[in-house]
Design a protein around this ligand. Structure first.
Ligand SMILES: [Zn+2]
Length: 362
């Protein structure tokens, strides 16, 4: 069994272990601190960046965690374990590993998926001066997924109505309506925001500072939720036939591009995702992007958890006893406590990191 002490109980603890591991194992640490707010225990909220290898390396692999707040516990564990294992000492020449810890520190610290404004950071990276993409299907989803109660009977009714909607409009349209992202209802699910989040600025600033010099840049954005229990899946949005897609396949294998193991029946058309912003911020580099998801619960339970997260934010305070139970289930959905699951994350992430390093290192 690997050392599971990298799986922490709080954001502050995870941050501390990450920074300590970076300093102890030859990486330099940079901090992007949210100037406006602190965490629930008064702790600072930061995007921390650890740079292993030459700061001016022409080949830079970024591994990021915590785009969806609470999902960052597992990504953080993978990052800290890589540092502790001496990953920085195994880098090829002219290659740097740049670890982004906590893309959305507010969500990480509050054990929520969204930002302080209920924004899904992974739908927020678009041009906010232009009209937002329309998601007309969401108009039918919103009244179903925003009940004021969250008892068993309410949940059953929510799923009955969602099933009826899916039946009527089909899997793909349903998926886009449900989780493609929406910019119309600030108290809804998968809300992309109506302005840039601080975390959006911080991410792009850090990419410019630590990656813009690179000729070859890649990012692995670590998530949890989609995929089979104790396995991981890749999402790659580079177009069919592109050189970037070919690189992803060469580095991580066929599964990096063929959606093997994805538990969504149809993938939504996503808007404003973080890895697209990574590519857009690096116009001069050859860029390769993938999302990795460590699978947790079946799709329906992840949908339930997402809606529960929204209920907690807007209605939880009125029913603290239920909120505690709902939040415990929510945490299990995105950050399972099972040691076997956590060990699997470490084993699989070590391989993903090493293949990425080897791939970009040429
Ligand atoms: Zn996620």
């Amino acid at each position: 069994m690997p050392d599971l002490s990298v799986f922490c109980a709080s954001y502050a603890e995870a941050r501390g272990r990450f920074v300590d591991a970076a300093r102890a194992h030859g990486a330099r640490v940079f901090e992007y601190r949210d100037p406006r707010q602190k965490g629930p225990d008064g702790e600072p909220l930061c995007l921390d960046v650890a740079v292993a290898g030459p700061e001016s390396a022409e080949r830079v692999l970024v591994v990021g965690s915590g785009t969806h707040g609470i999902e960052g516990f597992s990504g953080s564990a993978a990052q800290t374990a890589w540092l502790r294992s001496g990953g920085a000492q195994r880098l090829p020449k002219k290659t740097a590993m740049v670890l982004f810890h906590a893309h959305n520190p507010w969500g990480f610290a509050h054990k929520a998926r969204g930002t302080e404004e209920n924004v899904d950071l992974n739908r927020n990276f678009l041009d906010h001066t232009r009209p937002y993409p329309q998601n007309p299907g969401y108009a039918e989803v919103h009244p179903i997924v925003t009940p004021a109660a969250w008892d068993d009977a309410t949940q059953a009714e929510v799923f009955r109505r969602l099933d009826a909607l899916r039946e009527r409009i089909g899997e793909k349209a349903f998926s886009t309506a449900f989780n493609g992202g929406q910019y119309s209802d600030a108290d809804g699910i998968y809300f992309g925001g109506q302005r840039e989040q601080w975390a959006n600025y911080a991410f792009r600033e850090a990419v410019v500072k630590h990656v813009a010099h690179a000729k070859h840049a890649a990012i692995v954005d670590l998530h949890t939720g989609i995929g089979p229990w104790m396995e991981h899946i890749y999402l790659c949005f580079h177009p069919e036939g592109s050189a970037a897609r070919k690189r992803a396949r060469d580095w991580w294998g066929e599964r990096a591009v063929n959606l093997a193991g994805v538990t969504h029946k149809a993938l939504a058309d996503y808007q404003g995702v973080l890895i697209d912003a990574f590519a857009a911020t690096l116009p001069k580099a050859e860029v390769t992007c993938v999302v990795v998801e460590f699978g947790t619960l079946p799709r329906k339970e992840i949908q339930r958890a997402n809606m529960a997260g929204r209920w907690l934010r807007y209605h939880g305070a009125r029913n603290p006893a239920l909120a505690r139970k709902v939040h415990a289930d929510f945490c299990e959905a995105f950050y399972p406590s099972d040691p076997a699951w956590r060990a699997a994350v470490l084993e699989q992430s070590a391989e993903i990191f090493e293949r990425g390093v080897k791939g970009i290192g040429g």
